[in-house]
Write a protein that binds this ligand. Structure first.
Ligand SMILES: [Zn+2]
Ligand SMILES: [Zn+2]
Length: 248
């Protein structure tokens, strides 16, 4: 079942990519024809107009008012992760791209988001920050993959993996079937996260010191916090979060 749904999602993406390759590249936001194909399928104007998350908390990516501090209030005592890389705010054009990628299953918008993430990752790496040893997509349940035929977190992770040359380890975590988190309140999410996300092999040590968990949007951080705790308990020393957009 798992392989079937994954293959279905990938085959749709391959057909879509092949179809798009026959046409001139157009901007995914304003639809003007691009003189040269762009890896993010954006014209320079739309790329500049994206709502970038320029000044944000190091460990949860929540926007900050100034550069006077590197952390938001809650993260001073309870940091969400070791580092959170989230290049865009979940607003306007970025929210539109993410919605198209996630619900219309449009790979070009996923590539636009992945490229924004890669730009931030490359900047961080050029500044001397180490890259993780592997990327872990935030898991979806096999029932959801079967229903949707598309695993957006896994596709985003594979796009990043290919460009940044970091392996994907998709089988360390699993998501048990449950209603989508967006239908839940904050309190319900907190309760749900503990039962929904688990290690695939509880009790077994994970032999990576530094990993990054990848997802499309970072919202309350409830799921992310639980996953970070699971990985740390399994022996991972440093857990980063890589997401495309930050909800505020
Ligand atoms: Zn444009
Ligand atoms: Zn924070």
């Amino acid at each position: 079942m798992y392989r079937f749904s994954q293959a279905k999602g990938l085959s749709q993406a391959v057909v879509s990519a092949a179809y798009n390759a026959l046409l001139p590249d157009t901007c995914v936001l304003c639809e003007q024809i691009l003189k040269h194909p762009q890896p993010d399928h954006l014209c320079p104007y739309c790329r500049l107009a994206l709502p970038y998350n320029l000044i944000s908390c190091i460990t949860c990516a929540m926007p900050l008012q100034s550069t006077a501090t590197s952390y938001c209030g809650p993260c001073i005592t309870k940091p969400l992760a070791d580092q959170a890389l989230v290049p865009l705010l979940h607003q306007r054009e970025a929210a539109y791209l993410l919605h198209r990628f996630k619900f219309q299953k449009s790979l070009r918008e996923g590539q636009a988001l992945a490229q924004a993430m890669l730009q931030m990752i490359n900047t961080m790496h050029a500044a001397g920050q180490p890259l993780p040893q592997c990327l872990i997509p935030t898991p979806t349940s096999w029932q959801q993959r079967l229903l949707k035929g598309f695993d957006h977190a896994q596709i985003l992770t594979r796009l990043l993996s290919k460009e940044a040359n970091i392996p994907v380890k998709a089988h360390l975590l699993k998501r048990n079937y449950g209603p989508p988190q967006r239908q839940k309140t904050r309190a319900q999410r907190l309760k749900l996260a503990h039962s929904t996300y688990t290690l695939r092999q509880p009790g077994k040590r994970i032999n990576y010191q530094h990993v990054a968990v990848v997802d499309d949007v970072l919202t309350t951080g409830t799921t992310a916090r639980h996953i970070v705790q699971l990985l740390r308990k399994a022996g991972v020393e440093r857990v980063d979060l890589w997401c495309a957009t930050r909800a505020t």
